[in-house]
Design a protein around this ligand. Sequence first.
Ligand SMILES: Cc1ncc(COP(=O)(O)O)c(C=O)c1O
Length: 364
Amino acid sequence: MKLTDLVNPSVLTQPVYEPGRPIEDVARELGLDPAGIIKLASNENPLGTSPRALAAMQRALGQSNMYPDGGCIALRERLAQRHKVEAGQIVVGNGSNELIELLGHVFLRPGDEVVMGTPAFIVYKLVTLLFGATPVEVPLTNHVHDLAAMSAAITERTKLVFLPCPNNPTGTNNDGAEVKAWVATMPPHVVVVVDEAYAEYLEESPDWTGEWSAGRKLVILRTFSKIFGMAAQRVGYACAGTELAGLLQRVRQPFNVNAIGQAGALAAVDDEDWVTACQRANRAGFRQVEDGLKRLGVVYVPSVGNFLLANVRDGRAVFDRMQRAGVVVRPVGVYGLPEWVRITIGTAEQNDRMLAALEASLAT
Ligand SMILES: Cc1ncc(COP(=O)(O)O)c(C=O)c1O
C-alpha cells in the first residue's frame, strides 16, 4: 500500500502557503550580506517591538523551565477589559492564524461552504480546503469587499463568512457602519468572522460591544503581530460569544500560546505611546511611498493598513530584481494578481531604498 492511500485526501490536494521570504534565506541564496537586506514582505512593524513588551518578554525568559498559563488568564482578563466583554469571550491563539484553523475544527465538514472575498487573506481558503469544505470566493469590486454580493453567495450550506477589515492584500476597508449593519443581516446558520488584524492602524473601528448580547454569531480576530511588533511570538485572539468561545477553547492545544508571548502581549496592550508613534510613522511612510510611486508612474491601491499593492506589470520579475538589490517585497500571483507586488511600509530609510530598487527594477 502506498503512503498516499492512507492520507486524508484534503491533505494531498492542499495548497502550500508561501510566506514572505526570511532575510537569512534570501542572503544565503543570493550570496548577500543579511545586514544589507530589508524585508517589506510580511506587513511586520518596521519600528520593532513595543519597548514595554520587549522588557516583559525578557523578564519572562527566566521562567522558561515552566509551562505557560494554558488558560492565558491574565491576558484574557486584560483583553476583555479592553473590549468591554467578559474574559470568557476571549480566546488567545498562536497567532490569529491558529484561531482561523480552530474555527475550521469547530465548524467545518466536507460539503460545508465558506464565503470569502477574492483576493482576500489566503489562510481563509487554505483552512477551508484543509477541512474538505468548499471556498465560495466573491470577487472584490474596485479592490473592496462587495458585501451585497457576499450576502447573495450565502446558501443553506454556508457555515462561515470571512471579512477582513482592512483586507490583505489590498489594504482596503469597508465602512464600519456598513459592516455592522451587514453583520446584523447574517442568517442564524452562519458564523461571521471579522478579521481586524490591522485595526490599530485605522482612525476608528466598529464598537462590537453590544453585538453578542443581541445574539450575533460573530467572531472578531485581532493580533499582536502587526502594530505591537510581536509577529515572532505568535499571539492573536478572538472575541466571540461565550458559547462559541468555549467551543474554540475545546479544540486548541493545552499550551497553545507560549509564556514569552503572553507576557509581551499583556505589556503591549497598555503601550499607547508605542501605538501612537507607530500610527504616525506609518502615515508619514505612506506619504513618502505614495509620492515615490506617483513620481515613478506606478499605479497603486490606496490603503489604510501598513502595506499597499503596486502594479509593476510583472510582479514576479520585479520581485526577483528587487530581491537581488536586497529589498524583499511580496509577489501576489497566488492572489490572482500577477502584475502586482505587495509592499510593507517601512522606515523612511527603508522606503527610500525600496523606491530606488523599484525604480531600477522597472527600468530593466
Ligand atoms: C488579514 C490578516 N489576518 C490574519 C493574519 C495573521 O496574523 P497572525 O497569525 O500573525 O496573528 C494576517 C497576517 O498577515 C493578516 O494579514
